[in-house]
Design a protein around this ligand. Structure first.
Ligand code: BGC
Length: 592
């Protein structure tokens, strides 16, 4: 399938991350080397060869710092060490070295908005008096009401309930309240505090010194709060409509936060200058659906190197919306010279197979923007998988970098039927089950068909089973079987990552006219990419594939010189004049 005439990608002076494929490892669910039912760093080391074969450039490890795991690592108790369940600093150093040997870079996940309520600073703040420097690292406020019994303002937490919790003062009296935008176990840092800003400067350098190549930066959209912490406006429909990005205007997208990110960038640029040869990257997590202007603010040249373009992940299976989700962001970001960063899955979102397999996937009316909310539309996983394979083929051809989430290369669906007593995501408990939460995309990976070792997730049979139960038939997605199967999803991903390397990274995205509402088509260099969201095969219109080489009575003998199928998400499809239903093809179609 490879076409030797096409140019090879990559440019000597181009930063590696601009076109990188980064693989997100949810450490707890990736591979367990010691049989405790939870993934660990040694488990990752054991599977690096498979990741190398997948054709990735970097791994991003979800938070692996010491943590009570109330939000599975997004509640950090110590930013300078490794969670003991996952290993220690020596194991981390071994992982970085083993990854480097295979040409894989390592990125960590930094959580700047909040820490764990078990962090030494927070414990010190609770033990210290009102108004103390210890308390100023967080947001401690007196309550309202006659005895301070009411929260300081009306803010609500992202994961349900009020955003404030009252402490008991050291003398036993009911005391001040502290702010937590997520859960009570995640107190928000006050970024107006020098201590906080210094702490994160030190953290960045600490991990860079250990060989880390970059950071995914968690929840940047809520870092820094409006002065005075005013009550948020009560959201009526009209107000919601004017606030496309949603949420509390005194919490979300505070302009002053950009100063913090500028400061980080200075730290990073300086580190690079001090360490010639190191090219570091930060990718920020900010959900800005429909607001590329907001997204752009995070990737100004003096801030983050990248920021996830989540719009594509959030759209239904509707061609004009898929196109718009890419086009709007592309226009604004690439117009400003900023990097593009695509992803279809992560540890917070229902898996693509399930999203696209839902009966409502093609309906704008019933599509929920928030993939975390349970919808009971039935799921056809076969259709969902076919669409997910098409969508990754489409996305992999876009200019920019690509972030994969572990298990998508196996075609894993969301596990929807976990029993309530096994659900661990605080989102489930904090919303009283109204939102089923994110456990279903965090089920431990199936590496082989051996049910006694949790399908190879554990190196030895885990004494109490894996931390989240796997479906009984999870073995049918096993990595080992897929690796040997030319028709598997894993093989498709491997081939796709290889094809992607041959793309001309500097070729811009040129949209091809979309007169047919079932298709999204674009050109990059000599490659034309067409996604067909309809169930049936579509003959390519002349504007996508010029007719002169496609006479009605069949292809001329030399047509392949102009058009051939370079990659198809549907195996065995080699006919360049059409695209199968729910599929994506890459055509070799040089400009003439
Ligand atoms: C992470 C979540 C986490 C939250 C709080 C996010 O955006 O991706 O997994 O629960 O931040 O840290």
């Amino acid at each position: 399938m490879t076409n030797p005439t096409r140019p090879t990608g990559g440019r000597p002076n181009r930063e590696w991350w601009r076109d990188a494929v980064v693989y997100q490892v949810y450490v707890r669910s990736f591979a367990d080397s010691n049989g405790d039912g939870k993934g660990d760093l040694q488990g990752i080391i054991q599977h690096l060869d498979q990741l190398q074969e997948l054709g990735i450039d970097a791994v991003w490890l979800c938070p692996c710092f010491p943590s009570p795991q109330m939000d599975h690592g997004y509640d950090v108790a110590d930013y300078f060490d490794i969670e003991p369940t996952y290993g220690d600093l020596a194991a981390f150093d071994r992982l970085v070295a083993a990854a480097r040997e295979r040409g894989i870079k390592v990125m960590l996940d930094v959580v700047p908005n909040h820490c764990s309520s078990e962090h030494a600073w927070f414990k010190a703040a609770v033990a210290a008096p009102k108004g103390s420097p210890e308390r100023r690292r967080f947001y401690f406020r007196d309550g309202k009401g006659q005895h301070g019994e009411l929260p300081p303002n009306n803010w609500t937490a992202v994961f349900g309930g009020p955003a404030w919790t009252r402490i008991t003062e050291p003398d036993g009296a009911p005391g001040q309240w502290y702010l937590h935008i997520f859960t009570p176990w995640q107190p928000d840092f006050n970024w107006d505090s020098d201590d906080v800003r210094d702490h994160f400067d030190r953290m960045l350098r600490f991990w860079f010194d250990r060989g880390v190549d970059g950071f995914r930066v968690d929840a940047v959209g809520v870092v820094g709060k409006a002065a005075g912490l005013p009550d948020q406006p009560v959201m009526n429909a009209a107000l919601k409509a004017t606030q496309k990005a949603g949420g509390n205007p005194y919490v979300q997208f505070q302009p002053k936060a950009h100063d913090y990110w500028r400061r980080w960038r200075r730290v990073i640029d300086q580190y690079e200058a001090e360490h010639p040869g190191r090219q570091l990257v930060t990718v920020s997590e900010a959900y800005t659906p429909g607001r590329p202007d907001l997204l752009l603010k995070f990737v100004e040249p003096d801030q983050f190197h990248q920021s996830f373009c989540f719009d594509l992940m959030l759209v239904p299976w509707i061609a004009p919306l898929v196109r718009a989700a890419v086009a709007d962001v592309y226009e604004v970001l690439s117009g400003a010279g900023a990097a593009l960063t695509w992803t279809l899955n992560n540890h917070d979102t229902q898996r693509a197979v399930t999203r696209y397999g839902r009966a409502n996937a093609t309906s704008i009316e019933s599509w929920t923007k928030n993939n975390l909310v349970y919808v009971d539309a039935p799921v056809d996983e076969a259709i969902g998988l076919r669409r997910a394979e098409a969508m990754i083929a489409f996305t992999a051809a876009l200019p920019g970098s690509l972030y994969l989430y572990q298990g998508e290369e196996l075609g894993l669906p969301e596990v929807l039927d976990l029993p309530a007593d096994r659900r661990e995501d605080p989102l489930f408990a904090r919303t009283n089950g109204k939102e089923i939460g994110r456990d279903g995309c965090r089920i431990p990976l199936p590496w082989n068909g051996d049910a006694s070792t949790a399908f190879g997730f554990s190196s030895v049979p885990p004494s109490e089973g894996p931390w989240l139960p796997q479906p009984a038939d999870w073995g049918r997605y096993a990595e080992s079987a897929q690796a040997a199967d030319p028709a598997s999803t894993l093989t498709l991903y491997r081939e796709l990552m290889q094809q992607r390397r041959a793309l001309d990274v500097e070729a811009p995205l040129e949209w091809l006219p979309a007169s047919d509402d079932r298709l999204v088509a674009f050109r990059r260099g000599d490659i034309v990419v067409v996604l067909n969201v309809a169930a049936d095969s579509v003959v390519l219109p002349a504007e996508v594939l010029p007719a002169e080489v496609l006479p009605a009575d069949g292809l001329p003998a030399d047509a392949a010189r102009f058009h051939s199928v370079v990659f198809s998400s549907v195996r065995g499809h080699t006919e360049p004049a059409s695209v199968p239903g729910n599929a994506c093809v890459w055509l070799h179609a040089p400009h003439r």
